[in-house]
Design a protein around this ligand. Structure first.
Ligand SMILES: Cc1cc2nc3c(=O)[nH]c(=O)nc-3n(C[C@H](O)[C@H](O)[C@H](O)COP(=O)(O)OP(=O)(O)OC[C@H]3O[C@@H](n4cnc5c(N)ncnc54)[C@H](O)[C@@H]3O)c2cc1C
Length: 247
């Protein structure tokens, strides 16, 4: 924001030395990731990749290695860029976000954290402390697809999908990014697919039609109509990748 001359803060607080925000903790059911953990640490961790397969699929699409070596979990979600992948991943995974302030810690669902373009549920005196992500079980399936002009660019449209099971689909969470004000769940499309089998072309078409109820924003890359079209494309390709994973 500063190099773009969009922000002129009077003071900067450097979080880099807060090593207590740089942890990855596991228990049997969840992984807790500190706000200062960098994308590259998540990508390099075999434990994270095994327990959160959606991260392993999606993180290579976040920018380039040099950016992934610096960008943090906390920075990505506090910034709440509508084109960022991480907010969509956390919503698809039904993650929770722990927030710290002088009043102590509070926890909020990722579903309720992102409120608008660069807008979150954080108050001015609050810090992202960590995120907690459920560990995947053997029945769950995940899909991810994004379309960008060049690999590493912000996407023109993308989607992250988590299913409690497939054949038939159950418990789908389908979250689009880079199409609207923030990472958007698509409940009507999820409803069109839940209970249906993966090769049900009519259900997939109904899900694609249901996407038109989402609010699409124009940006530098594409018009709203173009994004509506691309969201159908990325959804189909993400579902296809989930089918291929089965075989
Ligand atoms: C060339 C380039 C390409 C990029 N491409 C992508 C991309 O494809 N996809 C993508 O998702 N991102 C992309 N990014 C963004 C990048 O990955 C980082 O996520 C982003 O720049 C935030 O960086 P940071 O973690 O250093 O946070 P900062 O830049 O340090 O902070 C971002 C904002 O969050 C606040 N903040 C930071 N940490 C916390 C915290 N713990 N609690 C509360 N507030 C906090 C800061 O005050 C600031 O307002 C790109 C960035 C660049 C420069």
């Amino acid at each position: 924001m500063m190099p773009l001359r969009l922000a002129f803060p009077a003071a900067l607080l450097d979080l880099n030395k807060l090593s207590e925000l740089s942890f990855i903790d596991y228990d049997d059911t969840h992984i807790k990731i500190g706000a200062m953990v960098r994308y590259s640490e998540l990508l390099q961790s075999a434990e994270v990749g095994e327990r959160i397969p959606l991260f392993a699929q999606a993180l290579p699409f976040i920018a380039h290695e040099a950016i992934r070596n610096r960008g943090t979990m906390g920075g990505s979600i506090a910034l709440a860029d509508p084109a960022a992948e991480m907010p969509a991943l956390l919503k698809a995974l039904n993650a929770t976000i722990t927030i710290a302030s002088t009043r102590g810690l509070r926890t909020i669902a990722a579903d309720d954290f992102f409120l608008g373009i660069y807008e979150t549920a954080l108050n001015n005196d609050e810090l992202v402390h960590s995120v907690t992500v459920p560990i995947a079980n053997a029945n769950q399936r995940f899909g991810f697809y994004e379309l960008a002009r060049r690999h590493g660019d912000y996407a023109m449209a993308g989607v992250a999908i988590a299913a409690q099971s497939v054949e038939p689909y159950a418990g789908l969470r389908m979250v689009f990014f880079s199409i609207g004000d923030y990472a958007l769940r698509a409940p009507a499309a999820e409803a069109a697919l839940n209970g249906k089998f993966q090769d049900d072309a009519i259900a997939i078409q109904q899900a694609q039609d249901a996407l038109l109820s989402l609010e699409f924003n124009e940006d530098l890359n594409a018009s709203g109509n173009m994004k509506a079209h691309l969201s159908g494309v990325v959804m189909r390709r993400a579902l296809q990748s989930m089918r291929m994973e089965q075989h």
